[in-house]
Design a binder for this molecule. Structure first.
Ligand SMILES: C[S@@+](CC[C@H](N)C(=O)[O-])C[C@H]1O[C@@H](n2cnc3c(N)ncnc32)[C@H](O)[C@@H]1O
Length: 294
């Protein structure tokens, strides 16, 4: 991992990344707008609880906490669906999907539902969100949380392997999100276990799966529709390289630069979104927005 980061980012950034991953992680909360709440409501609850917080620099309705998560849990804010724990890097992916009321959206690797629930809250009760996942237990969590967050009415869950689900489907979705299984190398500050478990061979298998899932997800996009590919990895082989390889296999798709959807300092020179723990003090994540031509 150290060799890989030094190769891709240089020694200075590699050291900063390791320092970040070894420090105490900060958390973000998203106010549940699906229940009619706002960021201001969340801020006033946190003030009442005397939990130190600051508003997100990038997203409305998100706040950052360095400490005090135990108080938030004990006060029942998560249990009552007042807010969700969600990193801003995940919020930025939803900004790139840009869900609009009335749209037909499919989340291809949806569980446990962080992004599904945020997207559902943006539909304002109009439209449909299909949540596919291979893991039934994780889909159950998604359904339970969707009820709690009062967004279940717009969500349908589908327990399936995306690769079989997509084979006999008519292309019909306005927007298709593929939040792919990945190494998780962007979230090591919160997932200390991963740094001991990841092996180089995993990376080869993951890249193969990511290509297969991208091909499957692309079958679901209607002409003129949008495919969003995201990971919580900062590794170029799981990100830019997967998209470049996909575009060679699928010339019917082109890159829609993400400048319209996220702040400029997240946009790469190819028009992708990249959050970097060292630069943005968020989890590392990647997203590409691709449009299917007619
Ligand atoms: C990165 S996680 C998704 C996180 C989720 N989007 C969120 O925001 O909470 C990847 C998910 O892909 C699912 N998955 C892996 N292989 C799959 C496949 N072949 N078909 C469908 N889902 C799959 C896993 O079960 C896992 O829940």
């Amino acid at each position: 991992m150290v060799r890989r980061w030094t190769k891709y980012f240089g020694q200075d950034t590699a050291i900063k990344l390791m320092t970040w991953n070894n420090s105490y992680p900060s958390f973000s909360l998203r106010a549940n707008t699906g229940k009619g709440l706002t960021g201001a409501d969340l801020v006033s609850r946190l003030k009442m609880l005397k939990v130190p917080h600051e508003p997100s620099l990038y997203l409305d309705d998100f706040v950052r906490l360095k400490t005090g998560m135990q108080n938030v849990i004990q006060a029942g804010l998560l249990k009552e669906g007042f807010c969700a724990v969600q990193d801003e890097s995940a919020g930025l992916v939803v900004s790139i999907v840009d869900p609009q009321p009335g749209e037909n959206i499919i989340d291809c690797c949806a569980a446990p539902g962080g992004k599904t629930l945020f997207m559902a809250s943006r539909l304002n009760g109009q439209g449909k969100l299909f949540a596919v996942d291979i893991n039934e237990g994780r889909l159950r969590i998604l359904r339970e949380t969707a009820k709690l967050h009062q967004v279940i009415d717009v969500i349908s869950t589908i327990h399936s392997d995306l690769r079989t689900f997509s084979t006999d489907k008519v292309v019909e979705w306005d927007k298709v999100l593929l939040d792919a299984p990945c190494s998780g190398l962007g979230v090591l500050s919160k997932r200390a276990d991963l740094r001991w478990n990841r092996r180089l061979e995993d990376m080869e298998q993951l890249k193969h799966l990511q290509d297969e899932l991208l091909d499957s997800a692309s079958r679901l996009v209607k002409p003129g529709g949008v495919l969003i590919y995201s990971t919580c990895s900062i590794d170029p082989e799981e990100n830019e390289e997967r998209i470049e390889a996909f575009l060679l296999r699928h010339p019917e798709f082109y890159i829609d630069p993400v400048n319209k959807y996220v702040p400029e300092n997240f946009v790469t020179n190819r028009g992708f979104c990249m959050s970097n723990p060292v630069k943005h003090e968020l989890d590392g994540a990647f997203a590409a927005r691709l449009v299917r031509s007619q």
